[in-house]
Structures are given as structure tokens and as C-alpha cells.
Design a protein around this ligand. Structure first.
Ligand code: ZN
Length: 377
């Protein structure tokens, strides 16, 4: 191994950040919520919109590292739920000046997308992290998630009080996007301008219109049946509600772990006000943990979408955008190197509440490469 003193990780500067003054270990962030509970349940999510990029890899490994750390410090069993969002849009069509989409899941069902190509990278990563940490996980598709009873209860609350939730989940245009898809061709209207949401007793009725097959309705019962696509803010609110319910269902301390872009403004303007309107007592709010953001050289979030759109992006090597390229260039031992880094983030507050640039990560990967190890040995 490279001598510890040579690691870029030891040459970092840590500016003081508020929360780091309150915590000695990151487990302190969930200590009170976990007191008296039988287990800790961590959840994280990712859209299945291709091969995982570096930011996703780092977030997922940090989730496992954080699970391992808190389990040890608080002496409780820990498990992870990975929400695999196959409802991510994968095809866009413009018909009569309106944009319609089909989801990853729909295109896998019809044979237009290869499941292994879309899901394989995530499964490989989860399997690796499970072996490395010993933490068990559940792979939960969106199709299962959207049907869970607490998730549907929350949907019904939102559908029953559209005027309360519209300014929170759709502050721009007031259209709450709980979208059905055409039962014949699975097209979904992106703008949702033809959508009508009606709360019935024990169910939600979603009316929309397909440009090819005309008007249709989807009936979504709280007890099951039907399907709907909840866009990101609605899904985020539902998840908060679900995790609050799971405190009692599993006698668990519920923790959501997401990238840092879900903290700050998102938490303040979307999740927190929605949980308050849903009447969830603060003692039942899930604990939110945010993993460090990986930024490009300009300070922006590493974005695969931008990279794909522009063909090149801030001169970043492709390994940052594609797990397959990362593993092809460095082998699976690169994950050990990243694991060593994120386990430090998982424990030390000053390392968790921080961003890291691609240049820092590049230096870290370079310092840990076998050839470099030989040279410094
Ligand atoms: Zn249709």
C-alpha cells in the first residue's frame, strides 16, 4: 500500500462547518432516533437511467459504509433498502407539440431495452458492497414501492388536499404530477396538462388522455391495484411518510441517505413543509443523512446528463461518468480504494459534511493504483 502520509485524503483542509461542532461521530446524527428501537433501516434510491456514474457509485458505497458504522457504534442490526426507480423516462416523443414519455420499466417490458444493461451495474455495485460490509439489502423496484400501503395513503392525502400541496411540490405551475400512462401504449404526458386527480373514498382516480387512444382513467386503490408515476417531489414526500410509518411497522429507526443536493433547499422547501402538513410528529420524521457531493472543477455537481448532452464536459475522463469504464480501467480493486475513502466519510463528521472535486478523486485514484504502489514501494 501507499504510505498513509502520501494519501491526498490526509492533505485535505477542513473549514469549520456548523454540524461538525455538535457531533463527535456521525452516528450521533441518529443516536436519539435509534434509542429504544430494535433496528436501523436505511433507504436510498437511484433512477435506472443507465450505467451508474461516479457520484452514484460514491453515494451507494457511502450508504453501506454508514450502515456498517452506525450499526457498530449503536450496537443495532442494520439493513438497507435500495429503491430502484425504473419509472425514469427513457423515451421522449413529441406529438401535436406535446411531449410524451415511456419509462425504463415499460421499455424493458416491451423488449426495447435490455434489463441487464439498465440494472446490471447497480446490482454489481450492491453485491460488491454487501460482500465488503456484510450489510444486507433489499432491491425494491418502483413498481413495488408505488403500491406500498403507506405510500398510497400519502398519495390519498395529497390528492385530497391538492391546494395545500401544489405550492410545495409544484411551485412553478401548480400541476401536481401523479401521472397515469395509457393502458394501450404506455405513453405518459410529460406536462400533465390533461391530468385530473380526484380523491375518492379509499382510492384516487387519475384521468388523462392519450394522443393516439383518447381519454382513459386509472383507479389507484389504497389497498392495491393500479399504477401511477409520482414525480420526484411527490415521491420524496411519500418516502418521508413511508419512513415515518415504518418506525412503527418495523420498530426501526428510519434513515434516508441521499446525495447532498437533497439537503438544503430541497429539504427546507419540499420535504419539511410537506411532512408538517401531513401531521407527522417530529419524533417520527425520518433522519436525513446527506452524502458528499462530487463536483466538477467549476464547483457544479458532476452531471451525466450534461456530459451526454454535450459529448464532452469540463474535460472529464469518462470513468467519472460510467462505472463500466471505471472498472475496465482500474479493475474491481478500485472499489476497495473508494471504500477506504468513504468509510472515513461515514465516521468523521468533518469528512461527511463536505464536497469533493473530481481532481481530488483523481489524485486519490492515482495514488492507489498498483503501478504507483510499486513505484513508491
Ligand atoms: Zn395510447
Amino acid at each position: 500500500m501507499t504510505p498513509i502520509s502520501a494519501s491526498p485524503s490526509d492533505q485535505l483542509i477542513f473549514a469549520p462547518v456548523g454540524i461538525t461542532h455538535l457531533t463527535g461521530d456521525n452516528a450521533d446524527l441518529i443516536r436519539a432516533a435509534a434509542a429504544g428501537r430494535s433496528r436501523i433501516r436505511l433507504t436510498t434510491a437511484a433512477q435506472l437511467n443507465g450505467v451508474p456514474h461516479f457520484g452514484t457509485v460514491v453515494t451507494m458505497l457511502t450508504v453501506f459504509a454508514f450502515a456498517q458504522r452506525t450499526g457498530e457504534v449503536l450496537d443495532l442490526p442494520v439493513s438497507i433498502v435500495f429503491d430502484a426507480l425504473e419509472n425514469a423516462p427513457a423515451e421522449h416523443l413529441t406529438i401535436d407539440s406535446e411531449i410524451y414519455t415511456r419509462s425504463v420499466g415499460d421499455l424493458i417490458d416491451t423488449g426495447h431495452l435490455d434489463r441487464a444493461e439498465r440494472v446490471g451495474g447497480f446490482e454489481q455495485l450492491l453485491t460488491w458492497a454487501h460482500r465488503r460490509s456484510g450489510i444486507t439489502y433489499e432491491f425494491r423496484p418502483y413498481n413495488v414501492y408505488q403500491g406500498l400501503r403507506p405510500v398510497r395513503e400519502c398519495l390519498h392525502h395529497i390528492a385530497s388536499r391538492l391546494e395545500t400541496f401544489a405550492p410545495i411540490v409544484a411551485p412553478h405551475d401548480g400541476i401536481i404530477r401523479i401521472r397515469p400512462r395509457c393502458p394501450s401504449c404506455r405513453l405518459m404526458q410529460k406536462s400533465a396538462k390533461d391530468l385530473r386527480i380526484t380523491a375518492l373514498s379509499g382510492a384516487i382516480r387519475l384521468d388523462s388522455r392519450c394522443p393516439r387512444h383518447g381519454p382513459y382513467a386509472e383507479l389507484v386503490h389504497i389497498d392495491g391495484g393500479g399504477w401511477y408515476d409520482a414525480n420526484t417531489p411527490v415521491r420524496s414526500v411519500q418516502k418521508g411518510y413511508l419512513l415515518a410509518a415504518e418506525r412503527d411497522l418495523y420498530d426501526a429507526c428510519s434513515v434516508s441517505v441521499d446525495g447532498a443536493d437533497w439537503g438544503g433547499a430541497w429539504h427546507a422547501h419540499v420535504l419539511a413543509p410537506a411532512l408538517a402538513h401531513l401531521g407527522i410528529p417530529p419524533t417520527h420524521w425520518p433522519v436525513s443523512i446527506f452524502t458528499p457531493l462530487i463536483t466538477d472543477r467549476t464547483g457544479g455537481k458532476l452531471s451525466k446528463t450534461l456530459y451526454v448532452a454535450r459529448g464532452t464536459y469540463a474535460n472529464l475522463p469518462e470513468l467519472f461518468l460510467n462505472l463500466d469504464v471505471l472498472l475496465a480501467q482500474h479493475g474491481e480493486q478500485i472499489l476497495d480504494l473508494i471504500w477506504a475513502e468513504v468509510t472515513r466519510w461515514a465516521g468523521e463528521p468533518r469528512r461527511l459534511h463536505r464536497t469533493y472535486t473530481v481532481d481530488y478523486i483523481t489524485a486519490l485514484l492515482e495514488a492507489g493504483r498498483p503501478s504507483e504502489q510499486l513505484r513508491t514501494a
